[in-house]
Structure formats: structure tokens, C-alpha cells
Design a binder for this molecule. Structure first.
Ligand code: GAR
Length: 193
């Protein structure tokens, strides 16, 4: 993994598609003096992503890329990231699948947060499926991104109990609270290895 040199923080880009609550929690984490990362760039495929407001609030540059042509979008993103000397990519609710070539360009430097206890419930609608299957627990996972969807090496997980009153919506809220704690913890973990 990337090594910390002296007191300099690792430059990080966060990719979002929607609300950006994980982005917000990562920004607060990055602002801590002893945090290993600084957030230098926010990237989105969605010009309407609510999370883009955090770029303005916290004065972090944000860029939206048009994914109608994924190959061109990714080429532009790669050049943007390399120009800014970014060494870590955090996917935080980014709903596009990265190409193999993109992942290869940033091998072992891309993290993702997923709302389930992987390897269970890869993909979408995780909370709905967990409830349908009468699971007693679900949770969230931070993992490295590899070529297979939601299948890279797991860094940390947090379990969340499902009550009989939970709906997909209530579970989403409960799990998100844990996600906001888990992502920073996972980042600390990879930099202390
Ligand atoms: C989070 O629950 C995250 O785990 C999930 O999208 C949500 C984004 O919320 N990610 C995925 O499902 C990726 N496959 P946020 O925009 O409020 O951070």
C-alpha cells in the first residue's frame, strides 16, 4: 500500500454519485490533524449529485464527468488524478463500474464502501434483499477494489442487527451511521499496516 512519508498526508479523491454522506464524513476525518489523508478532489458521474455541495462548502475542487462515453470519461479522470498527484481513490456511493484498465492504473489504491456484509449481497438493493431473506444481521464493508464487483480484499466490516420492524429505508439509515465510522477506521488501518 501507499506509505506515509514524514507528516505529509496522502492525497485522496472521493468518487460519488448521490447524497455524499460518506463523503462528508471522510472530509471531517481528513481535516483531523492526525488523519493520514487529505481530500483534494471530488469526482462524480452525476451533475445532480447532492454530495457535490460539500465541494463548495469545504472548498474542495469537484469535477463531473459525462459517462455517456465511459472510455473517454475514465481517460479524463485518470489524467485529472495523475495531474493532482492523487494516490488514493475512495469510492463513496459511486454507482458506475470502473473498467479493468482504470483499476489497473491505480492497483491497490482504490477503496470502496458497500452496504452489506460481503461476500453476502454484492450489487444493488442490499437492504431489501437482506430483509427478504430474513437475515438477523447485515452491515457494511470497506474493501479494496479489484476486477470483480464487490469482491476485493476486505479491510473492515461492521455488523448491524436487523429488527423485525426494519424496512429497507430504516436499515439504510442504521447502516449509513456505521458506514460513516467504518470508512475512516478502514483508512487508518491500511496506513498503519
Ligand atoms: C452508501 O450506503 C454506500 O455504501 C452505497 O451507496 C450509499 C451512498 O450513500 N454504495 C454502494 O451501494 C456501492 N455499490 P452516500 O452517498 O450518502 O454516501
Amino acid at each position: 500500500m501507499v506509505l506515509l512519508t514524514g507528516s505529509r498526508k496522502i492525497k485522496c479523491a472521493v468518487f460519488i454519485s448521490g447524497t455524499g454522506s460518506n463523503l462528508e464524513s471522510l472530509i471531517h476525518f481528513a481535516k483531523k490533524k492526525n488523519s493520514p489523508i487529505s481530500i483534494e478532489l471530488i469526482i462524480s458521474d452525476n451533475p445532480k449529485a447532492k454530495g457535490l455541495k460539500f465541494g463548495k462548502i469545504f472548498k474542495i475542487p469537484n469535477k463531473v464527468f459525462n459517462y455517456k462515453n465511459k472510455i473517454i470519461a475514465e481517460k479524463k479522470i485518470i489524467s485529472e488524478i495523475k495531474n493532482k498527484n492523487i494516490k488514493l481513490i475512495c469510492l463513496a456511493g459511486f454507482m458506475k463500474i470502473l473498467s479493468k484498465d482504470f483499476i489497473k492504473s491505480f492497483k491497490d489504491k482504490i477503496l470502496n464502501i458497500h452496504p452489506s456484509l460481503l461476500p453476502k449481497y454484492k450489487g444493488l438493493n442490499t437492504h431489501h434483499r437482506a430483509i427478504l431473506n430474513s437475515e438477523k444481521y447485515t452491515g457494511c464493508t470497506v474493501h479494496f477494489v479489484n476486477y470483480r464487483l464487490d469482491s476485493g480484499k476486505i479491510i473492515l466490516q461492521k455488523k448491524v442487527k436487523i429488527s423485525k420492524y426494519d424496512t429497507a429505508k430504516s436499515l439504510e439509515k442504521k447502516v449509513l451511521i456505521q458506514e460513516h465510522k467504518l470508512y475512516p477506521k478502514a483508512i487508518r488501518k491500511i496506513f498503519s499496516l
